[in-house]
Structure formats: C-alpha cells, structure tokens
Design a binder for this molecule. Structure first.
Ligand code: AMP
Length: 475
C-alpha cells in the first residue's frame, strides 16, 4: 500500500514525502481512510508505530475547508504529558507545513500570556494537557463548542495519571456531534468501557500485540547490590559502545542524584523529570535530541512516546514497578529498524518486579556478568544511596517501597520553580483563581512524574495501612 491510496490530499502527501516516509505503517493504513470518512476510532497502538501521523494527517485534510475563529479551536488533541504534547505539536508542524492551519500548544509550566495571545487570534488545532486546558477554559480564554475532532491520545497513560475525571469534564464542554479518536497502548476491558463514554459507533483499529518488546532490542539484566549500582552503571557505560542513552530511575530524587554523580565521574549526563521547570525540561530534551548531551537520566515522564532518533541504549537503573513501563522504557531504543540494547540493574528486592516483566513480555531476559566490574566498597559507602538516605527519613508502604514524605522537602511556593510560574497569572486575576491555577500546574507536575501509585486505591493510602502493626505477645 502507498500513501497515495489512503485518500489524503496532495499538500499532505507532499509533506509526508518530504518527511521521508515511503510506506504507511499498519496503523496509518488502517486508521487514515476511516478517519477521513468521519468515523470515530478506537485505536490500540503504542507510540513508535506511527500513531501520531495516523490521526494528524487526516485531521489536517478534514480541517482544510474551514477557518479558525477567535478562542474557538476546531480540533482538540489531549496528551498526558507536556513532552508528548510538544512532540505531537512538532509532528503537526511537519505534516501541516503545506497547509494554512494554525495550532496552539497549551501545556503547564509555560507562560499563560503567549498561549492566550494565540487563542485570541484563533487557532484551528489545540494540542493540550488536560490541566492547562481546563485552566484556560475557566479563565474564559477558550471555548470548546466549535470542536469538530477530539483526539484522546495515550488514554491508558491518562488513566494511570488520574486524568480521566478531567477528560470527562472536557468532553462535556464539547459539542455532542463531533468525531472522536481514542488511542491507547493497551485495551483492557476497563479501557474499552471508558472509551464507550466518549465514542459513538467507533471503528476499531489495532496494531501490535500488547506488551511486546521489539526483536530489534537486545535485553540483559545485571544483578548487583543496590549500593553498587552506580559503579556498575559506570562500568557498563564504559564497556558498551553508547552513542546516546536514556537511564531510567523510578524516583525524581534519584534522577537528580544519579545525573550529578555521572557528571562528577566525567560522563556527559543531564537530568529530566517533572519537578524541573518547563523551560529547563524543553532545553534539556532539545540538547539530547541534537546530540549535545549523551546521557539523559530520566523518570518515567520520558518513557512514553519520546522519539529520539537512533537511541542506542536504554538503562534501567531501577527496575520499573509496573511491568508495562518496562516495555515503554526500552521501546525508546531499537526503533525504525535500528538495533538497540537495553540493560536492567537488578538488586535483591527487585526480583518480583523482574518476574512480572518477564511474564508480561513472555520471554526471558538473560543475566549478564559485568566485565571488569571490581567494586570499590569505600567509594560506594561515601555517598549513601538514595534509598538508604530515605529509609532514615521515611516509612515504607505496603510493597516495601519508600513512601514519599507527606510534604516535599521544600515549602509549597518554592516548588513553583519556573520563574514564569510566579508571573504567569496577570495581576488582575483574583487570588483564589490564581491559587487554583498554581495548584493545577503542581498537580499536573506530580501526575506526570509521581511515585508508583497504590493500585486499587488511587493515590490515597488509608491511614490504617500506615500505622505500625500492633505488637503481638511473642514479638
Ligand atoms: P509515533 O508512533 O507517531 O511516535 O512515530 C514514531 C516515529 O515513526 C516518528 O519518528 C515518525 O517520524 C516515524 N514515522 C511515522 N510514520 C512513518 C512512516 N510511514 N514511515 C517511516 N517513519 C514513520
């Protein structure tokens, strides 16, 4: 099949050719004709399958006839994280370069006034994270009654991050007569039930089996005690022919600690996590994508969907506690027919998480002995590993994981690290509304990069679970 067979217009076909695409990917071949027909779509597809183009290309053609009106976008694309939203915006620019459509990116952590200017002028397409969109709506800066096409992307991630109530609220602001495209990497029964709320007689499209890891990725696990992980990682980085890599940690604090530690040892490393202000996040990601930084130490905010050309390696400094995150993390490498290598450092307490991963991906991950690893115990003990530091401060949750202290280390206002966060709201804005905007931005940040939730209870940990067990007569 050829792109020309899908019913797309000449300008879009030209943009596709300029992007260097020759053949549509399976999700594109399936979804594009259906979307062009105006049908709702329930799509099961992971990032890396060409999913973004599968909805962006037809969307550009469907909108081609109309005209933007002030504050009334004609299409709305919701993304769970700022990075994904930004990436979709870049794709929109690439695929829409021959069309006159305008677009605004509404994400948290970025100055409101620029976004408002664009909205006032009128945009055809809004690409947004849910929190910031609701914020603009409540300020009266955007009306959603003109939306003809509504895209909910990465729906399973949205669900994980607790965005579904926001999305339901947004859906109520849209006209009932619209086209809705709902994409999720997985389609468990609960996801399907949720999709029913938004879709009307959808056509289903599906690519790739759920939870598979690409054959192009060579995977290994390395067993090492927790306190020696950093040294093991350095040895591994020296042994491997690493051009560019993402190193994943489970917690934001550890991302910072590890990035600094690597830099101290002469590695070209930078951190990326949700507590950084948006301009720093964007700048770091840009540098990494351009190859100016070789190693990106990241939390899972970077795991989903980030598309970095030719990433040679992924390292899991921590074993992810949700097995699906493993698939998404290592899926950053081995893309577009290239070979990739993925290594996971496994210490004693991680065994059960590794078992869950191998069960999910239905394959063994071979154990590798680390060549040339002669741990220097004295060095390992000079800086206590993050977990050790935490266990002096915090308590453990039911799964043995450290629980985040109730408040973060800094007072609330300090955590609005972005300079623009302090100037974001115009002076005339009433205080309660300004506080609500800040709270929403902070919630968005926390959701983007939170510690593993307690499954089945949302983020709430009932007090009775945190109380120390009652002593028995024998203890
Ligand atoms: P996505 O799943 O949308 O994140 O896309 C993953 C990567 O595939 C991006 O780098 C796209 O530029 C690329 N891509 C999308 N469609 C095609 C295609 N038909 N042929 C080659 N590469 C593509």
């Amino acid at each position: 099949m050829d792109f020309a067979d899908l019913g797309l217009s000449e300008p879009v076909l030209k943009a596709v050719a300029d992007a260097g695409y020759v053949t549509p990917t399976p999700i594109q071949a399936q979804a594009i004709p259906i979307i062009l027909m105006g049908r709702d779509v329930l799509g099961t597809a992971q990032t890396g399958t060409g999913k973004t183009a599968s909805f962006t290309l037809p969307l550009i053609d469907i909108l081609a006839g109309g005209r933007a009106r002030a504050r009334m976008p004609r299409a709305l694309i919701l993304e769970p994280t700022r990075e994904l939203a930004d990436q979709v915006a870049q794709s929109f620019d690439k695929y829409g370069k021959n069309s006159p459509l305008s677009m605004a990116l509404l994400i948290g952590g970025v100055n409101y006034s620029e976004q408002e200017k664009l909205l006032d002028r009128g945009v055809d397409v809004l690409i947004a994270t849910p929190g910031r969109l609701i914020d603009h709506f409540e300020r009266g800066k955007v009306m959603l009654t003109g939306v003809q096409i509504f895209v909910i992307d990465e729906a399973d991630r949205m669900l994980d991050m607790g965005f579904m109530p926001d999305i339901e609220r947004i859906a109520k602001m849209l006209p009932p007569l619209r086209q809705t495209l709902f994409f999720s990497a997985t389609m468990a029964p609960e996801m399907r039930k949720l999709a029913d709320k938004f879709l009307s007689n959808p056509k289903e499209v599906e690519v790739a089996r759920q939870a598979t890891t690409a054959e192009s990725i060579t995977q290994f696990q390395i067993h090492v005690s927790h306190r020696l992980k950093r040294e093991a990682l350095r040895t591994l980085l020296r042994n491997e022919d690493v051009k560019n890599a993402i190193i994943f940690c489970n917690r934001k604090r550890d991302v910072d600690i590890l990035a600094k530690s690597l830099a101290r040892h002469g590695f070209d490393a930078a951190a990326l996590h949700g507590d950084m202000d948006q301009s720093a996040r964007t700048a770091t990601l840009e540098k990494f994508k351009k190859g100016e930084i070789g190693l990106l130490v990241a939390s899972d905010v970077a795991a989903r969907g980030l598309d970095v050309q030719g990433l040679t390696h992924v390292f899991n400094f921590d074993v992810p506690t949700h097995p699906e995150d493993y698939v998404h993390r290592i899926g950053r490498t081995g893309r577009a027919g290239m070979e990739g290598r993925a290594f996971t450092l496994v210490s004693g307490e991680d065994g059960k998480y590794m078992q869950a991963i191998t069960r999910l991906i239905a394959r063994d991950i071979p154990v590798m002995e680390l060549q040339g690893f002669t741990p220097d115990e004295s060095e390992a003990s000079d800086v206590p590993p993050a977990d050790e530091k935490r266990s002096r401060r915090g308590r453990k949750d039911r799964g043995g994981r450290e629980r985040t202290p109730k408040r973060a280390d800094k007072p609330a206002d300090d955590r609005l690290t972005a300079p623009e966060a302090k100037t974001a709201a115009p002076a005339s804005k009433p205080e309660p509304q300004r506080n609500e905007s800040r709270r929403r931005d902070r919630r968005e940040e926390r959701r983007e990069d939170r510690e593993p939730p307690v499954r089945g209870m949302g983020d709430h940990v009932p007090n009775f679970l945190l109380r120390p067990a009652r002593r028995t007569a024998s203890s």
